[in-house]
Design a protein around this ligand. Structure first.
Ligand SMILES: CCCCCCCCCCCC(=O)SCCNC(=O)CCNC(=O)[C@H](O)C(C)(C)COP(=O)(O)OP(=O)(O)OC[C@H]1O[C@@H](n2cnc3c(N)ncnc32)[C@H](O)[C@@H]1OP(=O)(O)O
Length: 227
């Protein structure tokens, strides 16, 4: 029987090599809600097949729209550790963020695609658990802050706790999609849940990690955070 899984080269290329090109290109305008942290995908950058698969599985029959996909801005926050120190050949590749919003424009879900290189190892040939937790925290932060902004709120919330259950090893080299959505809101407290999805040899997706987190919207924003 023919294997339905995607060849590794199609998962990783060209996202490993398409880094830091946004400054050289004139890219489409990004909606205000996303603009502070994200920029449009370069015209030459296709949507990663694993991301499309995860979206199709999450919302069967709903078209995948390229204008809902972004990459992290290189100019506004250049020191984010997942998008600076952790990226490089055989480490993290270029992430693609895909936001889903409802009819009122309120963000309901985010999916974040990451190429994973061999330098992210924990157990031999598998991803370090702390790396996976960081990717989930980033996706949860992207979801929470963008959702808050889409509701006209500050969009300035930080992780109070993050609980991760490791359900299966995450293979390297490979790729993953972090999916995050709302659990519930209690005042300034935003409870988020999600998973890190990888592709099994038979082509199906499995959650190698499941997580839930509490984000707290800061009373006076990031500027009030004291050293
Ligand atoms: C423009 C683009 C920029 C873009 C920038 C985007 C950044 C995204 C961030 C990415 C994610 C991160 O890595 S963030 C970095 C890691 N996180 C941090 O450094 C946060 C450190 N912790 C803190 O600063 C603080 O503890 C806070 C902000 C979380 C909470 O302090 P606070 O604001 O004074 O609020 P506080 O009264 O203590 O708590 C509020 C409510 O939350 C509950 N609560 C607080 N912590 C917990 C907890 N661990 N477990 C259970 N419940 C908790 C309290 O019981 C209370 O419930 P009740 O009594 O009201 O019911």
């Amino acid at each position: 029987m023919r294997c339905a899984c995607l060849p590794l080269e199609s998962l990783l290329a060209p996202w490993m090599s398409l880094r830091r090109t946004e400054e050289a290109e004139s890219l489409p305008e990004v909606p205000e809600v996303y603009r502070a942290r994200y920029s449009a995908l370069p015209a030459a950058q296709p949507l990663p097949p694993l991301l499309v698969l995860a979206l199709s599985q999450a919302s069967p029959g709903v078209p995948v729209r390229r204008e809902q996909a972004f990459r992290r801005s290189r100019t506004n926050f250049p020191n984010h550790f997942l998008h600076s120190a952790s990226q490089g050949q055989d480490a993290l590749g270029e992430a693609v963020y895909y936001f889903e919003a409802d009819g009122e424009g309120v963000v309901q879900r985010v999916f974040v695609f990451w190429p994973l290189g061999v330098l992210l190892e924990g157990p031999p040939n598998f991803c370090h658990g702390g790396c996976g937790a960081s990717l989930l925290d980033d996706a949860f932060g992207a979801f929470t802050n963008t959702r808050l902004r889409s509701m006209g709120l500050s969009g300035q919330a930080v992780t109070a706790y993050l609980h991760v259950d490791y359900k299966a090893p995450t293979p390297l080299p490979g790729a993953a999609v972090c999916a995050a959505t709302l659990d519930r809101v209690e005042g300034r407290k935003v409870f988020v849940r999600g998973e890190l999805l990888v592709q099994k040899p038979d082509g199906t997706l499995q959650a190698s990690m499941e997580a839930n987190a509490l984000f707290v919207e800061l009373k006076e924003g990031f500027a009030s955070m004291k050293k």
